[in-house]
Design a protein around this ligand. Structure first.
Ligand SMILES: [Zn+2]
Length: 815
């Protein structure tokens, strides 16, 4: 930032006139669209514009990526507006309270969230140049905020790869290597997360930093520029059904206004496009829906191309699609968006004000209670969204009960909180908390359920009346660590506890775990309780100090005992009180694994648990000696019969000798059936009661009967199984598909009973039958080792907070 301020002062006197501004082609030294511009060159161009026209362009570096690339925003407007930028921003934000006084339109253009949808960033440079030159009249009443690249790590991964593999001159034959990226594609960010699924969950550094800026502005319009399959025509607003019910008539109508203006330009050029199909508005974590739930007109624009198209490619109908064509299309919709916004600035301001008033939602307050760690995890997410909440320490509250799916009550005597819709972020509160999102159609692009009380494992009621917060004195825990204690005990029921254990193990502290409930010195403890004894750590000189430091860092309450003699259960010296192994973990990547599912595991270890892992690529996995590892994680993917007999017998030997496999999702297929492990796909008996042939036109409707596109189910938990330590007797699982496996002979830690109606979200009737009485998470003992099956994915997009302890149990508790 300092650097820019300095440049600003220096350059005010030498600001060049519009005519002298260099176009992207002039600045870069090649015609735009004939090369992929690397991210640092893009930043150079934006810096050049800010230095050359400082009265009309301001840059902010709002953060950096995992690979240390800068994240930048450019504010583009008339000199008068930019001089008053802070006043405009503040007045605009006052509109969320209905009191603002500005008539400027705020348009936010986001480019290249998917790194290999690489045309966007190129188009952004042409767009900003045009706004500063020929189309500067739009800027008189409009502030345009441009993020030229939301995902620089992914984009550079793609453009560097392309530059390495492209033919010279480029080869339009789609079979050539330059059109086939392979497993490690540039779509996602460093950790292989899809940033266009992360706006609501904010698990990634790019999203976290961007949202701080977004919340400072809450623009009237937000466009997320994408690319889709290379054979598709261009897609722009209006979006497809289903729309979430909170989307206002104006938000619907204005998408049509914008779409019609884009169509005018596309028609004049004879370009193809489609609207109202495929891209719906429901799942709240996209670059279109999230802004919509914050009062914007949020939209996705999709060019055909993605990582396949390169600089030029022959499409299915025999046309050549070039990068220049792709730039022209995104450039056209970008400018058309600013044009329409400028023409409707007054209306946009009025409607933005209206959006934030008169929220008459059925549920006015969401009342929650639960474990302190879990409440804190939720509060930390709400803080990032500027969502207000209050504490509750007593009372009984009636409403829709999340636990039963019916009306009921929730009584609180400590650790409660309330989140109400009567606040500027009220619509977002409704969308994130409501028990069941109302769809206007069941065909959707993504998951249909995400309700936060389920995701965070909290008891909750949705109340139709307004609940006021109470003034609760937060008590701080004190830590009693002194040399005189025989042992220290601490509970095990949250991700924070898992992080605490990982930190102890990383520091070389030895920890035991309780496999049976026990009581000592008048207190009771559950399975999974961590037992840290002085005797186990005698050889560690700085034991007390290290334990003290880690305990303070995690604000962990640990209870000292003066003895190992229990009142009930097993004494700490008993052979039943096992040491927690400090596992050496390997994770398979590449080959059959899904990049996204692999990335979730990678991110979980490094950024959530803070525990080391070794990534082994499928290409050389055969040559790796598995005996160096305790645990092998197989991420979800398309395995089929991926492991040959030789590999399977190696795996089996390793497990027999004490190895542990964590098999997730599709990797279970590589182990099931004839392959020697005990898991079996559930066999379905075909229902032959109605054999009437279905009309062809209904095939899509018929197909979804067998589908689950992300719905929440209430499952049963055997919490005496180490895989389920720390959980209660039921668990709400986010099910992402209808793959179903029969119960194990024993070791069914989490499973579905007969009733498989979803608590939230959509599940087809056939799919519900298929998943009835099937396994969710289980452990098969095999020789001296185990295979842990995870049919559902507790790490999905990093947001299902309450599932993560299952994964930690798989690492540390199952043995
Ligand atoms: Zn995309």
């Amino acid at each position: 930032m300092t650097r820019f301020l300095f440049s600003l002062i220096l350059l005010v006197s030498i600001s060049v006139s519009a005519q002298q501004l260099k176009s992207p082609s002039e600045f870069l030294g090649y015609e735009l669209g004939t090369q992929f511009t690397r991210h640092h060159e893009v930043v150079d161009y934006y810096e050049y514009l800010a230095e050359s026209a400082p009265d009309r362009v301001q840059l902010t570096i709002y953060g950096k990526t995992n690979e240390r690339r800068p994240l930048i925003l450019a504010y583009v407007s008339s000199a008068e507006n930019l001089a008053n930028l802070e006043t405009i921003r503040k007045e605009h934000l006052k509109d969320t309270e209905g009191t603002g006084n500005t008539s400027k339109a705020i348009v936010w253009l986001s480019y290249n969230v998917h790194g290999n949808e690489s045309v966007s960033t190129e188009a952004s440079m042409k767009t900003i140049y045009e706004l500063l030159t020929k189309k500067s009249s739009y800027l008189e009443n409009t502030v345009v905020i441009m993020d030229p690249c939301i995902n620089p790590d992914g984009r550079d991964r793609y453009s560097n790869w392309y530059n390495q593999y492209k033919n010279t001159p480029y080869q339009v034959d789609p079979n050539s290597k330059e059109h086939n990226e392979g497993w490690w594609s540039g779509r996602s960010n460093h950790y292989m997360f899809d940033l266009n699924r992360d706006w609501a969950w904010l698990t990634q550094v790019e999203s976290q930093q961007r949202l701080k800026m977004f919340n400072q502005w809450l623009p009237h319009i937000h466009v997320d520029f994408h690319e889709q399959g290379m054979n598709n025509p261009y897609y722009f607003a209006p979006a497809a059904e289903p729309y979430h019910e909170v989307i206002t008539d104006f938000q619907r109508d204005f998408q049509v206004t914008l779409g019609r203006n884009h169509a005018k330009y596309f028609d004049a050029n004879g370009w193809f496009y489609f609207t109202k199909e495929v891209f719906d508005l429901l799942y709240p974590s996209y670059g279109d829906t999230y802004p919509i739930y914050n009062g914007s007109i949020g939209m996705t624009y999709e060019q055909g191309g993605s990582g396949r198209a390169g600089l030029g490619v022959i499409t299915a109908i025999g046309d050549t699609l070039t990068l220049k064509d792709r730039i022209a299309h995104h450039f056209t919709t970008g400018l058309s968006t600013v044009e329409v916004s400028s023409q409707n600035a007054q209306k946009l301001n009025e409607e933005f004000r209206k959006f934030h008033q008169n929220k008459e939602f059925k549920y006015q307050s969401y009342v929650l209670k639960g474990d302190r760690d879990k409440l804190d995890a939720l509060k930390s997410l709400l803080d990032k969204h500027n969502i207000a909440y209050g504490n509750l320490s007593s009372g009984s509250y009636r409403g829709h009960s999340y636990k039963t799916g019916e009306n009921g009550s929730l009584s609180i005597n400590k650790n409660g909180m309330v989140v109400s819709t009567d606040q500027p972020k009220g619509t977002l509160v409704k969308v994130l908390f409501e028990p069941n999102a109302k769809l206007s159609d069941s065909l959707t692009y993504d998951i249909t359920a995400w309700s936060l009380p389920y995701a965070y494992g909290l008891d909750a009621v949705a109340s139709t009346s307004s609940v006021s917060a109470q003034n609760v004195q937060e008590t701080t825990t004190s830590y009693n660590i002194n040399n005189g204690s025989y042992a220290y005990l601490t509970d095990w029921n949250s991700m924070d506890d898992a992080r605490f254990l990982a930190a102890l193990l990383n520091e070389g502290i030895r920890v035991r775990k309780a496999d049976h409930p026990f009581s000592i010195e008048g207190k009771s403890f559950e399975r999974g309780t961590l037992i840290i004894t002085k005797g186990d750590n005698e050889n560690k000189d700085d034991f007390t100090q290290t334990l003290q430091t880690i305990t303070a860092k995690f604000e962990k309450e640990i209870i000292p005992t003066s003895t190992g003699f229990v009142d009930t259960g097993k004494d700490f010296g008993s052979s039943a009180i096992q040491m927690v192994t400090k596992p050496k973990v390997a994770v398979l990547s590449g080959g059959p694994t899904s990049t996204l599912r692999f990335g979730e595991i990678w991110h979980f270890f490094e950024q959530q648990l803070h525990y080391p892992l070794t990534v082994i690529d499928d290409e050389y996995a055969n040559r790796v000696d598995l005996n160096e590892y305790n645990i092998l994680v197989l991420p979800d993917g398309r395995y089929g019969n991926h492991f040959n007999e030789d590999q399977l017998s190696k795996l089996k030997d390793w497990v027999r000798q004490g190895g542990k496999i964590i098999a997730m999702g599709g990797s279970i297929d590589a182990l099931d059936g004839e392959k020697g492990f005990g898991i079996e796909k559930k066999k379905m008996v075909k229902d032959t009661s109605d054999n009437t042939p279905q009309p062809y036109k209904d095939w899509e409707r018929e197909r979804i009967k067998g589908a689950i596109t992300g719905a929440i189910f209430k499952t049963k938990v055997d919490n005496s199984n180490p895989l389920a330590y720390g959980y209660g007797s039921d668990y709400f699982s986010l099910k992402l598909g209808s793959s179903a496996y029969a119960y194990l002979n024993n070791g069914n830690a989490v499973y579905l009973g007969q009733n498989t109606e979803p608590f939230s979200g959509f599940a087809g009737t056939e799919a519900q039958k298929r998943i009835s009485e099937t396994l969710v998470f289980g452990v098969e003992s095999y020789g001296r080792g185990q295979v842990i099956y995870m049919v559902d994915n507790p790490l999905f997009r990093g947001f299902w907070e309450n599932g993560k302890l299952f994964f930690a149990n798989a690492l540390f508790m199952v043995d």
